[in-house]
Design a protein around this ligand. Sequence first.
Ligand code: ATP
Ligand code: ZN
Length: 732
Amino acid sequence: MAERSHFREGELISVLTTEPVGRPLDYRAPAGGVAPGAFVEVPLGPRRVLGVVWGPGEGSFDPARIRPVNRVLDAAPMVPAMREFLIRAADYTLTPLPQMLRLATRAPGLADPPGPRRVYRRGPGDLPDRMTDARARVVEVLQDYGGASFALAELARLAGVSTGVVKGLVKAGVLIEEDAPRDLPYPRLDPDRPGKALTEDQAAAARLLTEGVASGRYGTTLLKGVTGSGKTEVYLEAVAEALRHGRQVLVLLPEIALTSEFLTRVEARFGARPGEWHSGVTQTERRRLWRMAGEGGVQLVVGARSALFLPFRDLGLIVVDEEHDSSYKQEDGALYNARDMAVLRASLCDAQVVLASATPSLESWVNARTGKYRRIDLNARFGPARMPSLSAIDMRAEQLQPNRWISPTLARAVEQRLARGEQALLFLNRRGYAPVTLCRACGHQIGCDQCDARMVEHRFLKRLVCHQCGESRPMPEACPSCGVEGKLAPVGPGVERLAEEVAERFPDARVAVLSSDLFASARALKESIRQIAEGAADIIIGTQIVAKGHNFPLLTLVGVIDADLGLQGSDLRAAERSFQLVRQVSGRAGRSDLPGAAMLQTWQPEHPVIRAILSGDEEAFWQAEAAQREAAGMPPYGRLAGIVLSSPDMHAAFDTGAELARKDAPLRRIGAQVFGPAPAPIARVRGRHRVRLLVKAARGAPLQAAISEWTGQIRLPANLRLTVDIDPQSFY
Ligand SMILES: Nc1ncnc2c1ncn2[C@@H]1O[C@H](COP(=O)(O)OP(=O)(O)OP(=O)(O)O)[C@@H](O)[C@H]1O
Ligand SMILES: [Zn+2]
């Protein structure tokens, strides 16, 4: 992008704001002029809004009515590559550009002036004898955030108390109130501190990655390594190389709970902690990180998917760890896949991308096969650790009592571990006590009033919870349908119910349940994970959060309670997801010198996915999956877009869907087909009826342009929402 480096005072400029007005608007440059990319505050109607200087003005407006920029904010201008990224990401995901800019400015207080600010943190003083509930909540929040400092309003909000309570704690000597300088640069990381001595394979992989970084050009590498092979150690070498070149690095992780282990490793390797970006970080810290990304005051950022929209000044490397993880897809608002957007962003700023996984997505696997990505394999675990042995337990041959889910074979294996002082993990990807609550009098299953979904009993909370909308209510005594009391019965297991069975069968074992809903904060979850890693539990019961990258050295047995669970769905990726999840979970066993085993309870041991998992022949699995997708013209060999119409009025949603299906000429012109309208698999969420259409096109077809034209023909009734999901991951 060849562009002007400065606009003089009074010159016509265009400014993109975060308001839904469609395109950049013309303004006049303020006194002192302004640089392209500068963050500014501009008048819009009666308000003042945040914007970015996008380029020269277009002059299509009455010059007399064009207003000047109010002021230029004290923040580094957005570099051209970042602006280009927002434009391309908006085009790709069919998201309005202002909404993209909102993603890139999601830090509080960007318009605040520099200068010190008042913060509150825990002091050394003891807690007073008289602690009210409100006071205790404030102290808890401070603990949850590991001693961070807060602005007054944020601390009060997080604790759900008035600011007076916080002030009172200052008077009582529990909190310290002080002025802190704003937005300091992060401590320097030293890339030349010695790392771990790498094995030959690891060193060869690291060499390839560092060469890529040193080239200063774009490239994407799929780093496929079995669990525990040292992928992290290897890509940390690429991080070091980028730091040596003075370029910034972003490491994306799929789960907040994983960040603390990773931060510790970074600190050990580079001598300081990196910047952190996710929902568990304080507002002040977010603001600091956002600014430092633009100024170059942070070298390495570890974060969740939205960190991809930080305004980095010079990004040289993006690592997407566990790249297959479905949490990289944003399923709300702007629908983007952080993995794919990372590749786009890197290609615009001459950066390298490392996609790390033991079980890559089929998309990445195919991209590596066709040469679009480079691929590096690590096939052995580090050190004495061996891959776990895998076996199936054929549930048809097991004697199981009603409402019991642990087969005798698996129970014996658990007994053995207990006797040896080792840990066992029982994996069940279902939160709560029981997925269904049934009335034994009338057969009614309790559902959510707002959604087409069953309510899930959570016995620890003594409530029924809708996993769709989060709505919850106390567990009733009587059936809400027939009114008969005492006949409601749980059907099927969730982790809480499994914990009950475990407590009965293994009364002397210490049991820990890891399920995201059982922890008040990410920090509490992390703490629990740390204690388990140190041996604080004998049996761990967990949902998918345990599948992701935790190291439990004493863990030698993984029992998958229901290996068939993911296989039933009609979802395009059901096989792939099951394969990834079960392989990942199995990979938790035997990560140190003790040999590990994984046992899969299944009712269909001859199912191709189960057989592929057991055989360990992963390449054969990917090949078979790829061949099937190719034959069906499905992604990544073809392209899909999901359209969801939602409305409180079911007929309105259907009528609009039918109209879209009729007016499909723009799609037919590019050879695309449209399917539907059909009720969505979850046909009602939060009181809105949902209707889906699916567009399927050939790989090279200009899908986005055709969809814009297609949906542009329709006038949407009030109250009807249309969302377009390019490359959908979920089909609910
Ligand atoms: N060369 C090495 N020297 C010393 N320790 C190593 C080495 N390589 C790996 N390790 C250790 O082995 C363990 C597994 O390594 P790492 O976490 O990097 O693997 P991974 O492939 O990223 O695993 P996962 O896929 O499960 O996340 C870690 O504790 C790591 O510190
Ligand atoms: Zn609901």
